[in-house]
Design a binder for this molecule. Structure first.
Ligand code: UD1
Ligand code: CA
Length: 468
């Protein structure tokens, strides 16, 4: 029976390794930050690339770093192994630095660029499959761009790739070619490093170009395949701030479309900024100028009014956030109402159906279920129970100039307007604090605390003053 028979199972798949080139300086960014650490939709460029790469479940993942290597290594964190390219002498030279790391490896090496962040997992999968099917030595991902400026152009002869010509080296006729090199390749490891060493230095900076490998392979009769993506924008590289803005905008549009397809209403997608990792529930309505950043989750049927910014926070179902609130590292439970103009800072927890009104700032505090803090208040390092009412202009005095202290307000307590709660202090269950109090001692449950100067009325005082 032939090994290809129906019950022989799938053909063996070659081991897959990934390498990301990220050693370049990114001169055209004109920035002090390494290019691959610029951010887009809440992740650095290299994080986008590594996430896409991870979907291939590679046996190993390697990142080539050089310019500001330590900064990149620190930002990426543990996971991939790092290889150094001390002098940035071109993409082929960068890959060559990993030779000893692959001394005993075999199978496929998928090469990605740290500055091509929108590459889709499905395309990487197709590229590797096409490479395996053709048993190729190299397979290049290409795209047809309306504006191919800046990319290496695919020069074909009788339909087959003959070479890749960089923008700077291209003739006017070659510049008119719209099929470009994505900078993403799959290589069979067997012939790779020996041939890489033979690439000569070229161009104005005497660099060794990785695309030159393909022409060398062709001349030696090795199989070089190409795969053209049907989503050309996914291979857009980022070399300048303008490209960063353009590609960010494309990424944003993609995210917005995904959310709208899942039943989220965006009143004005053009002014809605939602990071890649944000989750938004069905029937939530998002008004213009809203920004949802980082690891943020918004529940179903929420309403986020114009000018709201929410960062690394979770918001439950049926929550209304009125205009111009800033919410960072906070947790807001279902049915709550926030704002307008509220500031929920890190460590804030707003329990179910609680209300936070205008010009209220809350830091590292919990507001219990059904509690209300309606107007012009500051709560810091405070634990408020359920059904607490905090009057306008209440302030927790949590800082004595040296350390922070905690305030506790138990269930059902009522804090009159204009109260200062000097921490550490506890207001007991169902206790009342009279308006204008400066509370420095614990208030027992059920008690009324009055802590303010007594009012004295001097009758006839105005007339006496005028008469003098
Ligand atoms: C490269 C390709 C070009 C392709 C384009 C796709 C070369 C010579 N040209 O051009 O054909 O169309 O990508 O985006 O490869 N890097 C290093 N070490 C170096 C130089 C670069 O690690 O010495 C890294 C960079 O950090 C970057 C990637 O390689 O992540 C690509 O380098 P870049 O200079 O951006 O190449 P392009 O000019 O865009
Ligand atoms: Ca580039």
């Amino acid at each position: 029976m032939s090994p290809q028979s129906a019950d022989a199972g799938p053909a063996a798949v070659a081991t897959c390794h990934v390498i990301v080139l990220a050693a370049g300086k990114g001169r055209r960014m004109a920035s002090t930050r390494p290019k691959v650490l610029h951010r887009m939709a809440g992740r650095s460029l290299i994080e986008h690339v590594l996430r896409a790469a991870a979907t291939l479940s590679p046996a190993t993942t390697t990142v080539v770093v050089g310019h500001q290597a330590d900064v990149i290594q620190e930002a990426v964190g543990p996971g991939p192994r790092f290889v150094r390219q001390e002098a940035q002498l071109g993409t082929a030279h960068a890959l060559l630095q990993a030779e000893s790391a692959f001394a005993r490896a075999e199978g496929n090496l998928v090469v990605l660029s740290g500055d091509v962040p929108r590459i889709r997992p499905v395309t990487l999968r197709r590229l590797v499959d096409a490479h395996d099917r053709a048993r190729a030595a190299a397979t290049v991902l290409t795209a047809r761009l309306a504006r191919p400026y800046g990319y290496g152009r695919l020069v074909r002869q009788r339909g087959l790739l003959a070479s890749i010509v960089e923008e700077a080296d291209a003739t006017p006729a070659q510049r008119a070619i719209r099929e470009v090199n994505s900078g993403i390749y799959v290589f069979d490891l067997a012939p790779l490093f020996a041939t890489l060493r033979q690439i000569p230095a070229a161009g104005p900076r005497q660099e060794r170009y990785l695309p030159a490998l393909l022409a060398l392979y062709r001349r030696r009769g090795l199989t070089v395949e190409t795969l053209e993506t049907d989503h050309p924008d996914e291979i857009r590289g980022i070399n300048s701030q303008t490209e960063l803005a353009e590609v960010s905008s494309l990424m944003r549009q993609g995210k917005n479309e995904e959310l709208m397809a899942a039943g989220v209403t965006l009143e004005d997608p053009a002014t809605t900024y939602i990071d890649a990792d944000v989750v938004v529930g069905r029937d939530t309505v998002i008004h213009p100028g809203v920004m949802l950043e980082g690891l943020t989750t918004i529940g179903d049927r929420c309403e986020l009014h114009a000018g709201v910014r929410i960062v690394n926070s979770t918001v439950g179902d049926d929550v209304t956030v009125n205009n111009h609130c800033v919410i960072t590292n906070a947790h807001v439970e279902s049915g709550a109402r926030i704002g307008p103009f509220a500031h929920l800072r890190p460590g804030t927890v707003v329990r179910e159906t609680a209300r936070v009104g205008n010009f209220v700032e809350i830091k590292k505090s919990t507001l219990g279920a059904g509690s209300k803090v309606g107007h012009l208040s500051y709560l810091g390092d405070a634990a408020l129970g359920a059904q607490v009412n905090v009057g306008a202009g209440t302030i927790t005095c949590n800082y004595d100039g040296q350390s922070k202290h905690e305030t506790a307000v138990e269930d059902g307590a009522f804090i009159g307007s204009g109260t200062q709660l000097v921490a550490p202090v506890t207001v007991g269950r169902a206790a009342y604090v009279a308006a204008g109090s400066c509370v420095t001692e614990d208030v027992p449950p059920g008690a009324l605390a009055i802590a303010r100067g007594r009012q004295e009325n001097k009758t006839g005082w105005t007339d006496r003053k005028k008469g003098s």
